[in-house]
Design a protein. Structure first.
Lengths: 426, 384, 308
């Protein structure tokens, strides 16, 4: 086997092992690496043969990880923030001495907003580049496309987006919220605080909004004993919302529950405002609009809306202040940080902490060591990995300000347990 | 001059041998399984490109909806594989075991009726070709009988691609929605994800490709092929000569659809999932581009064009992820402006001429050059 | 679903729904006008039409930024200047594209489709490199936001009125240019018979270039106006392309009246269906109906009989 085409980028780490024989060669393989590179400066780091028994791209001084997001195509709008956050986290970890005495080197690949491309690139990162972990994906569709690849080639994916749940894998750490973490506390809050009795559910037409609305509907009807007066879906990229806005005016719901994504968001909130629906009077709760999206929508168009997230850029804690300052220093004063961006930032850190807990880069050991790993420096406060590879985290409700930031209105007292397969909500 | 009837001309035979050497010997020898699997993925688009040579290059019918047929073929295959992957044993944790996971998430408690027959591999394999072709027949009959052609046809097929995408995404309980049908593992118990299986699938695919190439060449060299070309050049004259133009157009469109559907089914096997992102407008246009780059009149050109564009796409996006769209866009424009006959045209005009001179010592044999192409786009355009 | 509402409520909803349909109608006309000129009059399939619209949107965003920084006192009126600039920028780019690209392809209309698709990829990436991958927010002056109360229950959106006024203005201007001005006669002459038009002394190259420029310029204005209701991002242009082409084709490519009639039909159908069904199904049904009607009436609603 040759790597004739694999070598062209010149950015590969020590991918000199072939995939099929890596197990046999693993022990021997470490020897030439050790003899080639003097280990004087990393005397404290554990030996490569110890921390890497499965032929990952780990040398005595470096460990290679992958970053896999869309930087082109329609999803580049959303995924740019995640790429920035992951690069920041990697830079910070390297400044502090890296992971197990090794600097992190990253290889970035472009998923091009195309699910098969994601699968192809994931395979390249795992098979060709032997990445010790991959930070990546954003949409559910891209995660579903790469999941079989990660399971087959035993890779480790840190997935940052809040998503619909119904999934759990040894090979994925979900650093965003699954649906119940984002939905239930928010609905409870709006019912208690606003006395909401009727809900109008809106969403873009794909799996995350549909599943989330399903959970919301079950919670509204079975637990809160209130009513859903309408449920509507729009094709991704749809820009015409006047008809549904009229329907909302007709049904006069207490709460508009909106899970609209991407460019449609901009159209929806602009048209909502133009139609004279005043968000300071009409309660609107969304789980899809982060500070990133507000940048495109325009703060003046969405001011007054409530969002249910786990992180807001305005959170007042020392971790977050340092994080926001470092982020702006690296990516410019004008960039904003949304929920997913923060979750993406957790990925490299959690992986570092896990690797140090496990004392190894081996995927199996990382997967086994993950439950219980705590990250006290998280901008959102404190997170811990659950046995199901999701994060314990708080649910927060914020209210949009005209300047595009959220004011924190409410947060759950305790960490909310992740429950990707919620009983009674399926 | 009376030509002896021959099914394959010498030029075609030589081109076929060259392609066979490349696909069967050179690529498998030099590439590792990962890269070879990528080639296999590219080659599935070559089926579509060959279909477009028949339909667009020869027949002059530009379809911007080939993704529809590619997708339908792929979905038929994926439905079978998904059902096999969703055996009761594999789906114990679901509230309704034995149905695909995405149905379970959408509170569907029973396998929908149109999924039932896909338990059978034979049915699925037949459906792979028949469903898209029947759909093409329907669309083609409706359009060509009413003499919808040219640009209108292109735009309507594009709208069809848009409609089908919205439908698949919207009916996620039955189709898997935007995620598509994922996590396909085995074919009749045979693990299609292993390296060994990938290798075998690659050769199966190459065999299918050659079968399609031979069929396409037979069509091109037959009287049917000549009528298609005549129709492209002067439709009215063909009609006045007593031919039923619509039927020939329908045939070309259906043939292209059938080729695309085979490509789609193989894609599902090679990549292990199918999603609506292949059905939409963008992939459909990209498939036309492959054909254009290869040379819209050349069957072999279509294969090389597909490989070249996809190689460029993969390697450019690996080394310059932010810039590859510039390159791709420029390639489209260059092909249309400077090389309307694509790779095949470059080969014919620059390489082959010199080769022939070299071989025959500056004396081309009477009866002209054994070519990939019989005519060219620019000539055709000038004749209008 | 109407059981629970009073007659007054229903009347108000009906009025607002009609108004929503009218806004959609204006939006469609605005999108399609530029293409109706380029595709209908010149036969060029401009797949980069959406990208020209987005260029207009980005010009608007830049104008907004400049006004916010340097001329905050005049912010209320920036939108008019932005639209003018959008017209000029998109028109100029259009003429450049015609000169470098399109003029070589008049004999091969289907090839213009491929070439302009390539162009659209390049433009998308150019926007991404220049303006960043994220969406940009175009802030409107205060007077353009919100709505006007006609009665207690009936409200009309000010930006909707604005789009309708703009559409009317541009449609009238285009109709005048194409049907009554000397230059318009030249355009139509070139469309109907290029060789003959050249023979009677019309500079066909110049006519082509300005026609293409005009079409692109109108796309730019449309894009600028759409910042009021839609998003501005490098790939947003792709969202418009199918709708736009269908409106033009459905109307009958060479007919301006046809374009307007088809925009009206499609927008009313969609807006009504959206009220009764979900957004996705409404879109599918409208598209299917259009395709079905086009099969029955391939040349669109209105046809221009021309000897070719």
């Amino acid at each position: 086997m040759s790597h004739r085409n694999g070598d062209n980028s010149g950015r590969r780490g020590s991918g000199w092992l072939t995939p099929s024989r890596r197990n046999i060669l693993a022990g021997i393989a470490a020897l030439p690496a050790m003899s080639l590179i003097p280990r004087t400066s990393f005397a404290e780091a554990p030996a490569t043969s110890v921390v890497n028994t499965t032929g990952l791209a780990v040398t005595d001084t470096e460990v290679t990880v992958g970053i896999l997001h869309s930087v082109t195509g329609t999803m580049a709008i959303s995924e740019t923030g995640s790429v920035e956050a992951e690069k920041l986290a990697i830079a910070q970890i390297n400044e502090q001495g890296g992971v197990l005495g090794r600097k992190i080197k990253f290889i970035q690949e472009d998923g091009a907003s195309d699910w098969p491309t994601f699968a192809e690139k994931a395979k390249k990162l795992l098979v060709n580049d032997k990445c010790a972990s991959v930070m990546g994906c954003w949409t559910s569709a891209s995660r579903k496309a790469v999941l079989p690849v990660f399971e087959q080639y035993n890779g480790m994916l840190y997935y940052p987006t809040f998503y619909e749940g119904l999934e759990q894998s040894k090979n994925v750490i979900y650093t965003g919220q699954e649906a119940t973490q984002q939905i239930i506390a928010g609905l409870d809050w709006v019912t208690k605080e606003k006395g909401a009795k009727t809900f109008y559910l809106l969403g873009s037409d794909y799996i995350w909004p549909r599943t989330s609305n399903k959970i919301a509907r079950k919670h509204i009807e079975n637990h809160l004993k209130t009513k859903v007066v309408g449920e509507e879906y729009f094709p991704l990229g749809s820009t015409q919302f006047n008809s549904v806005i009229n329907k909302i005016k007709l049904t006069k719901p207490d709460v508009i529950y909106a899970i609209i994504v991407g460019g449609s968001n901009v159209a929806f909130y602009k048209q909502l405002k133009a139609a004279g629906i005043d968000l300071s009077k009409q309660t609107l709760l969304t789980i899809s609009v982060t500070e990133d999206e507000i940048d495109g929508i325009g703060g003046e168009n969405i001011a007054g809306a409530y969002a249910c997230m786990k992180y807001f850029q305005s959170l007042d804690n020392p971790n977050n202040k340092a994080f926001v300052a470092a982020f702006k220093k690296m990516w410019g004063e004008k960039t904003v940080i949304g929920d997913v961006t923060q979750a993406a930032y957790l990925g490299p850190w959690l992986w570092k902490l896990t690797a140090e807990k496990a004392g190894s880069f081996d995927i199996d050991k990382i997967a086994a060591a993950s439950p219980g790993v705590e990250f006290k420096g998280a901008p959102e406060g404190y997170v811990r990995i659950h046995e199901n590879h999701h994060l314990w985290s708080k649910t927060r409700v914020g209210r949009a300000r005209p300047d595009g930031q959220y004011d924190l209105i409410y947060e759950t007292k305790d960490l909310v347990e992740p429950d990707p397969f919620p009983k009674g909500y399926q | 001059m009376i030509k002896t009837p021959r099914f394959l001309k010498r030029g075609d035979l030589m081109a076929m041998v060259a392609l066979a050497v490349l696909l069967v010997v050179i690529l498998p020898m030099t590439l590792d399984v990962f890269r070879l699997n990528l080639v296999a993925k590219y080659l599935t688009y070559a089926f579509v490109a060959i279909g477009l040579v028949l339909c667009w290059g020869m027949g002059g019918i530009l379809s911007l909806g080939q993704g529809v047929f590619f997708g339908l073929g792929g979905y038929c295959m994926a439905m079978f594989l998904k059902l096999e992957a969703s055996s009761v044993a594999n789906t114990k944790i679901q509230s309704t075991p034995g149905i695909p996971d995405f149905m379970d998430w959408n509170q569907i408690t029973q396998l929908p009726l149109f999924w039932q027959p896909f338990h059978s591999l034979t049915f699925a394999l037949i459906a792979v070709v028949v469903v898209p072709t029947a759909f093409a027949l329907l669309v083609g009959t409706a359009m060509f009988k009413r003499r919808v052609g040219g640009v209108y046809f292109a735009i309507i097929t594009q709208a069809l691609a848009a409609i089908l995408t919205i439908l698949i995404v919207g009916q996620q309980g039955y189709t898997g929605g935007i995620n598509g049908i994922t996590d396909l593992r085995t074919l009749k118990g045979w693990d299609i994800r292993s390296d060994h299986a990938k290798l075998i699938l690659y050769f199966v695919e190459v065999a299918c490709l050659f079968a399609c190439i031979v069929v396409a060449i037979l069509i091109r060299n037959s009287k049917l092929g000549r009528i298609l070309v005549a129709m492209r050049e002067k439709e009215d004259r063909v009609r006045f000569s007593g031919y039923n133009v619509a039927n020939f157009k329908i045939f070309a469109f259906c043939a292209a659809a059938a080729f695309a559907s085979i490509g789609g089914a193989l894609f599902t096997l090679e990549v292990g999932f199918m999603s609506p992102s292949f059905v939409g407008i963008v992939p459909s246009i990209e498939m036309v581009i492959y054909t254009a780059v290869g040379g819209r009149l050349s069957i072999f050109g279509a294969v090389y064009g597909t490989l070249l564009v996809n190689f460029a796409k993969t390697s450019l996006s690996e080394s310059f992820p932010q810039l590859w769209l510039f390159g791709l866009g420029a390639l489209f424009i260059a092909v249309v402006l400077a090389f309307p006959n694509g790779l095949a045209g470059i080969w014919r005009d620059y390489v082959q001429v010199h080769l022939v001179r070299l071989i025959f010592r500056r004396r081309p044999p009477p009866g002209a050059v054994p070519g990939w192409t019989d005519d060219s786009v620019a000539d055709a355009a000038a004749a209008e | 679903m109407f059981g629970d509402y009073s007659v007054g409520d229903l009347g108000a909803i009906f009025a607002m729904q009609a108004f929503a349909g009218l806004i959609l109608f204006s939006v469609f006309v605005l999108m399609a006008l530029g293409l109706a000129i380029i595709f209908g009059q010149m036969g060029v399939i401009n797949m980069a039409h959406g990208e020209f619209m987005i260029l207009g949107a980005y010009v608007t965003w830049m104008t907004k930024t400049v006004f916010q920084e340097y001329l905050p006192s005049l912010f209320a009126g920036y939108f008019f200047l932005a639209m003018a600039l959008a017209f000029v920028a998109a028109g100029a780019l259009g003429m450049l594209v015609e000169w470098t690209l399109i003029r070589h392809l008049y004999r091969r209309p289907l090839d213009t489709l491929l070439a302009t698709w390539g162009l659209s990829l390049i433009l998308q990436q150019a926007y991404r490199s220049i303006f960043g991958a994220r969406e940009v927010g175009v802030e409107l002056p205060e007077w353009m936001m919100g709505s006007k109360h006609i009665t207690d229950t009936i409200e009309v959106q000010i930006n909707g009125l604005f789009v309708m006024a703009l559409t009317t203005l541009i449609t009238c201007a285009v109709a005048y240019i194409i049907y009554w001005s000397r230059w318009g006669r030249q355009v139509r002459a070139v469309v109907q018979n290029r060789v003959m038009a050249g023979a009677v002394g019309i500079n066909t190259e110049k006519v082509d270039r300005y026609t293409f420029g005009l079409g692109c310029g109108i796309a730019g204005v449309a894009g600028s106006a759409f910042t009021m209701i839609g998003s501005t991002s490098p790939t947003a242009g792709q969202l418009y392309i199918v709708d736009t082409f269908l409106v033009v084709v459905f109307g009958g490519a060479a007919s301006l009246v046809g374009t307007i009639a088809s925009a009206f039909t499609i927008s009313q159908a969609r807006s009504t269906l959206e009220f009764f069904l979900s957004g996705s199904m409404a879109q599918v049904l409208t598209l299917l109906a259009i395709v079905g009607i086009l099969m029955l009436r391939p040349q669109g609603l209105f046809t221009l009989k021309v000897r070719k």
